[in-house]
Structures are given as structure tokens and as C-alpha cells.
Design a protein around this ligand. Structure first.
Ligand code: ATP
Ligand code: MG
Length: 568
């Protein structure tokens, strides 16, 4: 391609509304433009990168035995009502009506449609397993679109869905996708980690998020260098501590007047104790039933863990009226002694003695509370968030914390959708069974942005060869000099002949402008065609990655780049 004929609107200034480097560079390098909040156009250069990612995904999905199809973006409400998600999905699901007043939505994901397709077409175990995927537009009316295409509203996702006859098959399908994802993200030049993620009601460890390591990432993860354990923040387990070694002398209960002292900090200050000696008692309503969660004053309850443990659909903080009903006092003075509901404690309270608790009486707390002496506490679970200083839950080594960008997600769905939508097959014995499903997503645009987050410098993007929109840019420093033009054209032709994707910067611009643009758009190799070197029959080849410059004969320039590009 000739630069002069390509639409590459680069921008010098940093766009004011772009917070992250990738967002800034995608605009500055002429990859994307915003149409509306969270809705973007991919310009020619950006689309070339998108196509590279899609190609890598296709190759690896096909290699793993998945087959490509394309499903509609506009979907009838009936299917979503069948799965129950029409009510539950919330405002991210954009709903609308057609001229006949029928209800539709824009697909945020495709479980309903794929399940409908497969239940209609697949009848026998002989037709399974099946893994179908598409690379298709999704729409999610995100509350806070931000970071450019990292969290946008309209985006392209690769989504695959597997159907198996039994658990064993489903696990194998999951494994294959997991392995394919490792290859895809490696080929995209990303440093990433697969971390265990929450599976909600499905249970088990059959959900992994693929997080690209990046300070600007919205996701937090923990990982252990010793045993390889890795999980996201919501999922990361904490373990029961050793029995506390402190003195076991149980002091007598003491009720103290604590007027208007409600928060943990206020309690600690007022009673001159540390947060570790205070019990936080939180009353929740789980599917309408009260349950109290007790946790050490310096810890935070992880409500996802509570929800999973209870296996409930909804978990909400109790209202003021409900708290009065079960505790007999206002928020801020709730405690376990005399509390009229199920109680469970986080491991952080294991073995702890002489605790400060709410008195279930307005303006009072109780000192030296001890279980089981003063209150009945039998249930201890892992209900909190992990944090710095916690050991690895698997091997006890020191655990590391990092931030990341979620680019992919693999998830075992079990029979959640096949039950709701009756996707059944006949087994060997002619018996009806539910298909066991899995779903596997990759955000294509997010992969591109995540790649830029990891690969850039002050000058712009540094594409890994596998995603670069062009392999080589040929830059004659002055197009008015015939000798330079001729040499550049010759090299350009040779590059094309050798199968390289080459961009000839034939613009009548100052060399500095061309160099800056080449750096900004991040082409891996720049062949500089300048008067001094050309007079010697040579050109310079600059590596975008490390700035290295090699001088090679004009005739050898293309093959030099070919070797470098196809060696990887
Ligand atoms: P997140 O927690 O970031 O909202 P999610 O859990 O909703 O992601 P999935 O439903 O698992 O995401 O979607 C699969 C993939 O689609 C994600 O791993 C991500 O790469 C991509 N994706 C999801 N939401 C967006 C979005 N708003 N913009 C761009 N890509 C997205
Ligand atoms: Mg989301």
C-alpha cells in the first residue's frame, strides 16, 4: 500500500478524554474514531489489526475442532424469556420493539440462540460433541463505557459454545478451549495469566479468565510463583488460620455505653482496641431469609463467596426494619449475642477471644465476648477477600498481587441453559438427557487495546509482528529525489514479492514527520532510504522494538525483513 493513498489520520495531541495509553494511541495512530459513547469505528489501519487477531483466533479454534457460524445480533425476546434472562439481565440488555410491536434485543451474548439452534437440530448422542463459534458483534449497554474499546458498548467477540453428552466430554471440551486460548494469546504477543474465576451457581473450578498483565487493568488477580495458583480477586481463596496462640484466659462479659459509636473505627477509638479485636456483624437477606455474617473488624466480606455458599439467587443487605426485627437494635450495634437468625463466621474469627461485639441494644457494645461461651457459632467459612500478607491458599508461600485486563473467559455452563430451554438428546439407551454446555469468549478489540497497553513507548505503538498492520514501512526521506524514489519503489516491490505486507511512505513530507508517524503507528521494521546510504547502494533498517539500526545493501533489504518477519 502507498501511504499517500491510505486513510491514516494520525494525531499529534493526546486526546483529552482518553485516560489510558492504549486509548490515546488508538486514536493518535488512526486506528479508531468514536461515534458515540462506547461506540467506535475501526479505520483501515485498525481493521487490519483486528483481522490479524481474528485470523489467529480462527486458526486456533479450527485446530481445536470448533466450527464457525454466524448468528443474528437482533434476537427475539421469547428466547430470552425462556432462559429467564429477559428479567434478570438488567439494563445492559438493550431491548426494543419492531413495527409489529414484537419485543427484541441486541445480543450481549449468544447462549439463548445457540441453545435454540442445537436443540432443534441435534437429537442423538451420535451428533455430539459439538463446538460452534462465531466472530460477531455484541451490544452491551455498559453503565460506564471507558478506556476506548476496552469497555465499550458495541464490540466484536469471538464466542464459542460446546455441547457434550457427559461430564467427561464437557471437561475435555473445556480443556481444548483452555489450551487454544493459551496459544491464541501467546501468538498475539501478550503476557497473560489464566486465573480461576467465580463460577456462581455452577460450582467447581471450571471458569478461567485470561488476564493480560497491565497496571491500568480493571481486574485484580493473585498468583503464586511457587505452586502456580492463580485466581481473580472474587474467587481467590483464604484459609483457616492456625489456632491463635494468644492467651486463652476468657475475661468476663462487660456491656459498655457507646453513644453514637457505630463504625469499626469509632468503636476502636472509643474503646481503645484494635480492629482485629472487633467483630463486624452484617445481616443479609438471602432469598428473603436472614443470615448474619461475622467477620473480623479489619476484613471485608466477599459477598460472592457468601452467595455461593448459601446457593441463593439474591443476597441483599437487610433493611433497617429487618435489622430491628432480627437484632432488636439499629445498624451499628448489631452483634451475635441473642441474634435471631442463622450465623456464620469468616475464618478470620477462628480461635479469637475476648472480642468486642454489638450489644443488639441502642448505643451499647459488649467487651470480652467469647464463643461458644456467650454465643453459638458453629459455622466457619472462607467469606472474605484475600489481601497483602495472606499466604497462598494452596502451598502457603507468599502470594503476589497484580492487575490485568480480561481478554478472554472460558466457562463450564453445565446444564443451566439446556435445562431452562430443554436442549436434550437421546443417549445410547434411547433415554433423554440434557446436553452439557460450555461457553468461551474473547473480546477481539480488547485484545488489540491490551496489546498496546503492553507494547508501546513514548513514540507510539510497538506492534508484535503477529498483529502489526504492516510488517515493513519503506521511507524515502525525500520523494523529490529520483534516486531515492527509485530505490524505495524497488524495495517495495521486492517486499511484496516476498510476501511481506509493506507500506511505502510516498508522501511529500519532511523526514521527521514520516519517522514520527512510522513510530506512532508502530510498524516493526522501517527501511530508511536516504541520500548518503543510497549513494553507497545501501539503506538503513530500523527495528521499532529496540531501535537497533542495521545497514544493508538495497537488494538485500527486503529479504532481510522477510527473514526477520517469518522467523517468528
Ligand atoms: P467484564 O467483566 O470485563 O465486563 P464479562 O465478564 O462481562 O467482562 P464475558 O461476558 O465473559 O465478559 O465476555 C467475554 C469477553 O468479551 C471478555 O473476556 C472481554 O474480552 C470481552 N468483553 C466483555 N465486555 C466487553 C466490553 N464492554 N467491551 C469490550 N469487550 C468486552
Ligand atoms: Mg461485563
Amino acid at each position: 500500500m502507498r501511504y499517500s493513498q491510505m486513510f491514516i489520520p494520525t494525531v499529534r495531541e493526546i486526546p483529552a478524554d482518553a485516560e489510558t495509553v492504549s486509548h490515546q494511541l488508538m486514536i493518535r495512530a488512526g486506528l479508531i474514531r468514536k461515534l458515540a459513547s462506547g461506540i467506535y469505528t475501526y479505520l483501515p489501519l485498525g481493521l487490519r489489526v483486528i483481522k490479524k487477531v481474528e485470523q489467529i483466533i480462527r486458526e486456533e479454534m479450527n485446530r481445536a475442532g470448533a466450527q464457525e457460524l454466524v448468528m443474528p445480533v437482533v434476537q427475539p425476546a421469547e428466547l430470552w424469556k425462556e432462559s429467564g434472562r429477559w428479567e434478570h439481565y438488567g439494563k445492559e440488555l438493550l431491548r426494543f420493539r419492531d413495527r409489529k410491536d414484537s419485543e427484541y434485543c441486541l445480543a450481549p451474548t449468544h447462549e439463548e440462540v445457540i441453545t435454540d439452534l442445537v436443540r432443534n437440530e441435534v437429537k442423538s448422542y451420535r451428533q455430539l460433541p459439538l463446538n460452534l463459534y462465531q466472530i460477531q458483534t455484541k451490544f452491551r449497554d455498559e453503565m460506564r463505557p471507558r478506556f476506548g474499546v476496552i469497555r465499550c458498548r458495541e464490540f466484536v467477540m469471538k464466542d464459542a459454545y460446546s455441547f457434550d453428552i457427559d461430564e467427561e466430554g464437557a471437561e475435555l471440551s473445556y480443556r481444548k478451549m483452555f489450551d487454544a486460548y493459551q496459544r491464541i494469546f501467546t501468538r498475539c504477543g501478550l503476557r497473560f495469566r489464566a486465573v480461576e474465576a467465580d463460577t456462581g451457581s455452577i460450582g467447581g473450578s471450571f471458569s478461567h479468565e485470561f488476564l493480560v498483565m497491565a497496571e491500568t487493568g480493571e481486574d485484580e488477580m493473585v498468583y503464586c510463583d511457587r505452586c502456580g495458583y492463580a485466581a481473580n480477586m472474587e474467587k481467590a481463596e483464604t484459609i483457616r488460620p492456625e489456632e491463635a496462640k494468644e492467651s486463652k484466659e476468657l475475661k468476663p462479659l462487660e456491656e459498655v455505653f457507646t453513644p453514637n459509636v457505630k463504625t469499626i473505627e469509632e468503636v476502636c477509638q472509643f474503646l481503645q482496641v484494635s480492629p482485629q479485636d472487633v467483630v463486624k456483624t452484617l445481616v443479609y437477606m438471602a432469598d428473603g431469609r436472614p443470615v448474619a455474617v461475622l467477620i473480623r473488624g479489619d476484613e471485608e466480606v466477599n459477598e460472592i463467596k457468601v452467595k455461593n455458599l448459601l446457593g441463593c439467587d439474591t443476597l441483599e443487605m437487610a433493611t433497617d426494619e429487618e435489622i430491628i426485627k432480627y437484632a432488636g437494635s439499629h445498624r451499628g450495634f448489631v452483634g451475635p449475642i441473642g441474634l435471631k437468625c442463622r450465623m456464620m463466621a469468616d475464618f478470620s474469627l477462628w480461635g479469637r477471644t475476648n472480642l468486642v461485639v454489638g450489644a443488639n441494644r441502642e448505643d451499647y457494645h459488649i467487651k470480652n465476648a467469647n464463643y461458644p461461651r456467650d454465643f453459638d457459632l458453629k459455622e466457619f467459612h472462607d467469606l472474605r477477600f484475600i489481601h497483602e500478607g495472606d499466604p497462598c491458599p494452596r502451598c502457603g508461600a507468599q502470594i503476589n498481587f497484580a492487575r490485568g485486563i480480561e481478554v478472554g473467559h472460558v466457562f463450564k455452563l453445565g446444564t443451566k441453559y439446556s435445562r431452562a430451554m430443554r436442549a436434550v438428546y437421546l443417549d445410547r439407551n434411547g433415554q433423554e438427557k440434557y446436553m452439557i454446555m460450555g461457553c468461551y469468549g474473547i473480546g477481539v478489540g480488547r485484545v488489540v487495546a491490551a496489546c498496546i497497553e503492553q507494547h508501546h513507548d513514548d513514540g507510539g505503538i510497538i506492534w508484535p509482528i503477529s498483529l502489526a498492520p504492516f510488517h515493513v514501512i519503506i521511507t524515502p526521506v525525500n520523494v523529490r529525489e529520483r534516486a531515492l524514489n527509485e530505490a524505495a519503489e524497488k524495495i517495495y516491490q521486492s517486499c511484496i514479492d516476498l510476501g511481506l505486507e509493506a507500506l511505502l511512505d510516498d508522501r511529500d513530507e519532511r523526514a521527521g514527520v514520516k519517522f514520527n508517524d512510522a513510530d506512532l503507528i508502530g510498524i516493526p521494521f522501517r527501511i530508511t532510504v536516504g541520500p548518503k546510504k543510497v549513494a553507497e547502494g545501501k539503506v538503513e533498517i530500523k527495528h521499532r522494538l529496540d531501535g537497533r539500526v542495521d545497514v544493508v545493501p538495497i537488494e538485500a533489504a527486503a529479504s532481510y525483513c522477510q527473514k526477520a518477519v517469518f522467523a517468528v
